[in-house]
Structures are given as structure tokens and as C-alpha cells.
Design a protein around this ligand. Sequence first.
Ligand SMILES: *[C@@H]1O[C@H](CO)[C@@H](O)[C@H](O)[C@H]1NC(C)=O
Ligand SMILES: *[C@@H]1O[C@H](CO)[C@@H](O)[C@H](O)[C@H]1NC(C)=O
Length: 177
Amino acid sequence: MDSCSIIAKLVPLTTLFTILVISRANEELMMQLCHNSHNPTMCLRCLSSDPTAPKADQVELARIILRCVNSHLITLTNNTSTLASKHRRDPKAAAALKQCGLGYATAKRGVGKADAHLIAGDYDNAAYDVSMTVEAPSVSCRASLVTLDFNLPSSFCYHTEVYLALTQALLRIIDRF
Ligand SMILES: *[C@@H]1O[C@H](CO)[C@@H](O)[C@H](O)[C@H]1NC(C)=O
Ligand SMILES: *[C@@H]1O[C@H](CO)[C@@H](O)[C@H](O)[C@H]1NC(C)=O
């Protein structure tokens, strides 16, 4: 098993804790929205980290999740460039990391477009952006990096897993609008 899959198994362990600390207000709506995702914990943790969540409607809650996605995206973009400079003498790794960087730049634009579509109530296009331009580049980045023979730092794996868990949760939420 590669190091990324081990991290993926550790991520759900904190469910109970998150459910205990979540604010009471709006609790039911948040539970409802996060319930259908593979990782409700990550979804609820993101929502409970935002001070505006207790008064938010469902579209605003979706936008909060998008902001959490964006914050992991910023970290992953940083990590990708740090890794790229570390591995610049390894042509295969450098090429894969460069591709990842381009993918994350696309994802950055995708986040902006998805947010604008959510605000405009254009949920089909919001879902399309999240799926094709926010989620897909990270899936293909992870796939190309795990086939390479270098140790992926656990923080990179962790942020990738959280990023993908949150994009998946967001897609489930938008699908029901
Ligand atoms: C990326 O993160 C590292 C360590 O966390 C930090 O030193 C560096 O300044 C960051 N780079 C950018 C471009 O934000
Ligand atoms: C990824 O970025 C985060 C935040 O900038 C930093 O804490 C972490 O050490 C970085 N990991 C790598 C592998 O660059």
C-alpha cells in the first residue's frame, strides 16, 4: 500500500469529535447536506470552521465548502512547487509535478467559476466546473505521482485526500439543488 492510501484510511477517525463540537444552530441542515458524502466528517468539519455557517442557507453552505476546497488548493499549489524544486533533477518527477502545477492552476480558475455559478443559481454549470476543473486535476495528479518512485510527503497526501473528500461532498450537495 502506498503512503497516500494509509493517510486516506486515517482521515475518517475523528467523526465523533467533529459531530460533538459542531454548532447547534443549522446543525440539521448541515448534517443533511453532508450526510450523502463519502466523508461526512470532512464536510462537517469544514462547515463548523466557518463562523457564518450557523446562519447560512444551503447555497451559502455549499460556497463555504468551496472556500475550504480553495484553502487546500492553495496549500497543494504551494506543496507542488516545493516538491518540484526538490525533484528538479529527476526528469519524470519534475514532469509529473509540472503537470500537477498546471492542473492546480486550472482548478484555481475552476473554483472562481464554480462560485460565480453558485451565486447565479446555475447549479448545473457549478457542478460541471467542480467535477471537471476542480476535482479532475487533483485525481490525475495523485494518480501520476503514486506511480513514481519517490516518497510523497504525508502532508501532501493528507491535503489531497481532504481536498478530494470536500470536492466530492460539494458535488453531492450541488446535485440536490
Ligand atoms: C510554501 O510553504 C512553505 C513552508 O510551509 C513556505 O516556506 C513557503 O514560503 C511557501 N511558498 C509559497 C509560494 O507560498
Ligand atoms: C505543504 O504546505 C503546507 C502549508 O503551506 C505546509 O505546512 C507543508 O509542510 C507543505 N508540505 C510540503 C511537502 O511541502
